[in-house]
Every structure is written in structure tokens, then in C-alpha cells.
Design a protein around this ligand. Structure first.
Ligand SMILES: [Zn+2]
Ligand SMILES: [Zn+2]
Length: 136
């Protein structure tokens, strides 16, 4: 993941601070994360500051927020490749799958019923290969 956070902050008219750089680096090393994961990773940074930074990055379009009911609220670094997620019902591991070809048709399906999509997220549930083998 090569995003130049300094350049991105500047291009959004935001100041580059060591804290913002550190938090961005921290999140870049995580696949999916919750705000509480960042709070644990940066115990010396104020809570409010971590929350504000996540909010800022989300507004800048650097993060994608995933939420499914109240059980789930994760963020991930936004990437060019369009993907969605599988969740293993046994170990709760989350996996990505490439979804461009499916998701391209969602807007069309919606418009047929005069619904105009703004966003979507897909979470498919099942059993991961490890849990499947252990079960067999
Ligand atoms: Zn599993
Ligand atoms: Zn999609």
C-alpha cells in the first residue's frame, strides 16, 4: 500500500502532523480495524485525537467504513480494486474477494426499480478453508 500521506494531506489543505503520519502508518499495517484497535496501538495519543484522525481520513476518502448491524464497525484503507468480504461463521476471520464484476451491475439492478444507489457493502457468510478442513 503506497499512499503518500503527506502529499494527500497537503492536497486536501490539511496540515501534516507526526500524529497523523503515525496513525496512517499504523492503519496501513492492518487489514481491517476498529477505532479501538488504533486506541490500543496508540495509547499515548488522546482518544479524541484518534477519533478525529479516523474521521478526517474517512472524509478524505482514504478509508472505507464497513458496518453490518451493531456487531460490526470496521474500517479499511480504500484501494482501487473493488472488493467485498467473506466472514467465516466459525472463527470470524474476514476475507476479501474481488467484486468489481458483480458490483458494477448493482446500480443497474437498482435503477430498474427506480432506486439510486449511493453505497453498498456485501458480506457473505460461510466457512473458511481452515475451519472446513478441521470439521471434515
Ligand atoms: Zn474459519
Ligand atoms: Zn461492491
Amino acid at each position: 500500500m503506497d499512499m503518500d500521506i503527506e502529499r494527500l494531506l497537503k492536497s486536501h489543505g490539511k496540515s501534516v502532523t507526526p500524529e497523523r503520519k503515525a496513525i496512517f502508518e499504523g492503519m496501513s499495517g492492518l487489514r481491517l480495524f476498529r477505532v479501538k484497535d488504533l486506541l490500543a496501538m496508540f495509547p499515548n495519543t488522546g482518544r479524541a485525537s484518534v477519533f478525529r484522525t479516523v474521521q478526517l481520513f474517512a472524509e478524505m476518502g482514504l478509508l472505507r467504513k464497513l458496518s453490518f448491524g451493531d456487531r460490526w464497525e470496521y474500517y479499511e484503507i480504500a484501494t482501487d480494486s473493488h472488493h467485498e468480504h467473506f466472514e467465516c461463521g466459525k472463527c470470524h476471520a474476514i476475507f476479501r474477494f474481488d467484486a468489481g464484476f458483480i458490483c458494477n451491475s448493482l446500480g443497474y439492478l437498482a435503477r430498474k426499480q427506480w432506486f439510486f444507489l449511493q453505497s453498498h457493502q456485501i458480506l457473505l457468510s460461510g466457512t473458511c478453508s481452515v475451519c472446513y478442513q478441521n470439521h471434515a
